[in-house]
Design a protein around this ligand. Structure first.
Ligand code: HEM
Length: 404
């Protein structure tokens, strides 16, 4: 890769990812510039961290790399948007992060999530039964989206009549760079504000009616570092959990189908031996991870992979690149549902490791299983279209024919 190529390689530009991640260029850069400076138009640029070992180091060293200082996206946020982001677990630093994470994390442990299995399976079967009636479908919105929406709706005890609205808001928030999905207000981040306002009202209403045993009640009645959560803080918490619960899982299920259809031999193996499903889900997560990166801000001068990083620098961990690092994965560019071990970083690493990882895995396993069981024939009827984004790796349209 020449200097000129690197100069035009722009990870901040959503169009760089229009046809999928630039995996070949990333592979070359991992060898020549593993901690790559990326200028940005009209604002401070950032370091793109491309190697697996360096991504792990940034994720683990929260004493050096802060989630809260500048938030977790590469764009410099207006102060009020940054303040709102800091009410999310994702953008908290210790000790506050620990105070907020501990009371909720017990409810997302594997044993607790396993209790949801039958309910999630029933939801998957209902989704497939409806899809059977349609045959030609837009897979993302007509088949995939209802599942995470219902799972999160039930988990939080949201009124059924609001589920569609919440799903639409979650999509607007994560797809703010795609004019097709974002809506007119997207640029100033009002999708997040609108959802936070919904959550504040919902919390007040739940306190009036009395709490029970759903996630909303758990959060509203828990002790967060010696005090209860305010309704305003609940707003930020809710936005993150509900957006991640809806949209990131939707990305995983959608790219799961596309990836399997593009590897018909492995799809056939999976159909023949469903015990391969858990490994297949891990490989889908590695190969087509739903989030390209999350950012940190260096708190002190430091060094990463031989590169000097100054205090205040933006540092972005590129999961998309780390997941294909040849130093970690043999045949890194090859999709292989039997890959073992598979230490992908798609759910992050360290203190901020994804709270919903076990839930997302459960949904993916059951959804893909029921899909393959219900439809012996699945074919693309047109080219899948990706969401325009430098952050979310997702599809907005997958036209398919489902044959039962
Ligand atoms: C395939 C689906 C998902 C992917 C790829 C994903 C990815 C991630 C990643 C990479 C992080 C780390 C953030 C960081 O280090 O800055 C994270 C954190 C988080 N995720 Fe997920 N996520 C998924 C599903 C979910 C679901 C279903 C939920 C909740 C129901 C959820 C809730 C969260 C929360 C609350 C955090 C913040 C944890 C913390 O900061 O302590 N995620 N997720």
């Amino acid at each position: 890769m020449t200097g000129t190529d690197i100069a035009v390689f722009d990870l901040a530009d959503p169009d760089t990812f229009r046809n999928g991640a630039p995996h070949e260029a990333l592979a070359a850069l991992r060898r020549t510039d593993p901690v790559l400076w990326q200028p940005m138009r009209g604002e401070q640029g950032f370091w793109a961290v491309l190697r697996h070992a360096d991504v792990v180091e940034v994720a683990r060293r929260h004493d050096v790399y802060s989630s809260s200082e500048g938030g977790v996206v590469i764009e410099t946020l207006p102060p009020e948007t940054l303040a709102r982001m800091r009410t999310m677990l994702l953008a908290m630093d210790p000790p506050r992060h620990g105070h907020y994470r501990s009371p909720v994390s017990v409810h997302f442990r594997p044993r607790m999530i396993a209790l949801l299995e039958q309910g999630v399976r029933d939801l998957c079967r209902a989704v497939m039964a409806e899809a059977r009636e349609r045959v030609d479908v837009e897979f993302v919105h007509e088949v995939v989206a209802p599942l995470p929406t219902q799972v999160i709706g039930e988990l939080f005890g949201l009124p059924r009549s609001d589920w569609g609205y919440i799903q639409e808001l979650a999509e607007r928030i994560t797809s703010a760079q795609d004019p097709d999905l974002a809506g007119p207000d997207a640029k100033d981040g009002t999708g997040g504000l609108e959802m936070a306002c919904y959550a504040v009202e919902f919390a007040a209403e739940r306190r009036r009616r009395g709490l029970d045993d759903d996630m909303t009640s758990v959060i509203l009645s828990a002790d967060f570092g010696g005090q209860p959560m305010s309704d305003a803080d609940f707003g930020g918490f809710f936005v993150q959990l509900v957006t991640a619960g809806n949209d990131t899982t939707k990305s995983l299920l959608s790219s799961g189908l596309v990836t399997l259809l593009r590897h018909p031999g492995q799809l056939a193996e999976l159909r023949a031996d469903p015990t391969l499903m858990a490994g297949a889900v891990e490989e889908i997560l590695r190969y087509d991870n739903p989030l390209h990166y999350f950012r940190r801000t260096a708190l002190v001068d430091t060094e990463l992979g031989g590169t000097h990083i100054a205090a205040g620098d933006k540092v972005a961990m590129y999961y998309t690149s780390a997941n294909r690092d040849e130093d970690v994965y043999p045949d890194a560019q090859t999709f292989d549902i039997r890959r073992r071990p598979n230490p992908h970083v798609s759910f992050g690493m360290g203190a901020h490791f994804c709270l919903g990882a076990h839930l997302a895995r459960l949904e993916a396993r059951l959804f893909l299983h029921e899909l393959l069981e219900t439809f012996p024939g699945i074919e693309l009827t047109d080219k899948p279209v990706r969401v325009r984004s430098n952050l979310v790796n997702s599809y907005k349209r997958i036209p398919v024919r489902l044959t039962a």
